[in-house]
Design a protein around this ligand. Sequence first.
Ligand SMILES: [Fe+2]
Length: 355
Amino acid sequence: MQLMAVDELREGMVLAQDVVSDAFVNIVTESTIVNQDIIDRLEKLDIEFVYVHSEMVTEEETDFSESEPVFDRLDGEEALNYNFNKTVGRIKNIFNDLKFGVADIKSEMDDTLDPLLHGIIDNNNILSSLRVMKYDDDYTLRHSVNVGLLSAMIGKWYGLSKQQVAELSLAGTLHDIGKSKIPRYILNKPGELSTQEFGIAQQHVVYGYEILKESLGFSEAVCEGVLYHHERFNGSGYPQGLKGNNIPLYARIIAIADVFDALTSDKVYQGKISPFLAADLIKSMSFEELDPEISNMFLKKLAEFYVGNKVLLSTGEEGEIIYLNKFSLTKPLIQVGTKFVDLSMKTEIKIKEVL
Ligand SMILES: [Fe+2]
């Protein structure tokens, strides 16, 4: 690790520490591969020095149009971040190409999702990975890859075959590909959409289905996973208002991943919320809108994962998750100093943040 002046930074260098502004706002996170956008942003914010790793990613490796090589010099988190960023870059290419009407989606996706999937799914490591992976770009792109990985992980926990898990990761990653055909002013509108705008935005599921059908190589199951990801278990979703198990399995899984990631990611107009608050919302949705069996399985895995984690409570106190309440998974027992707080009894106290 070495300290480097921002005006000497070059594309392909890897940040060794988070870059934080004077106001303690995280500007770029550790393990990010430097590109010109990041250099420009740092200069604009008058950041003079950053820490970088001594090794850098070569030019060919940062070129998202190249399929090789998988980044193996960096370990664990760095490799993960590299593969994540590479996949997001591919999605970006696809979205851009689709604006001109053509994109070779299948070959763009084939060799990039695999290494990422293996790094995460094989190790049941999705929840810590999602906290590691950072990408400073369009929310839709980052969200796409997160949903692909979360969907695949949920599929694996649900006992699906390797091939189904791979299909789910594709369908999840491409679930919002139809947004490439929706006008930007609607996608980026800060306030509520009018009824007419909402109707246009909803079309993204049909566009997504059509795009995948037209590009060769996607199974019907993948296409339908995209078409039906906004259907809701009680029939309140779109485009067809399908109910219960009439909604294809991939779409039911993607819906859960989509809601969870949207709630726990920083979006432009809404701060992120803790995984426990998101879990509470998913739990309440599981009575009506989301598949109850898959939701419950997901919540159980989620809660188990966070045992032993430090958390910030809505009281402002910090504590550690000690024990899960079997009947109320999202309200565990917390140790705060020498006292214990049972969130299933003290329902007014929430987990504000996982630290
Ligand atoms: Fe969507």
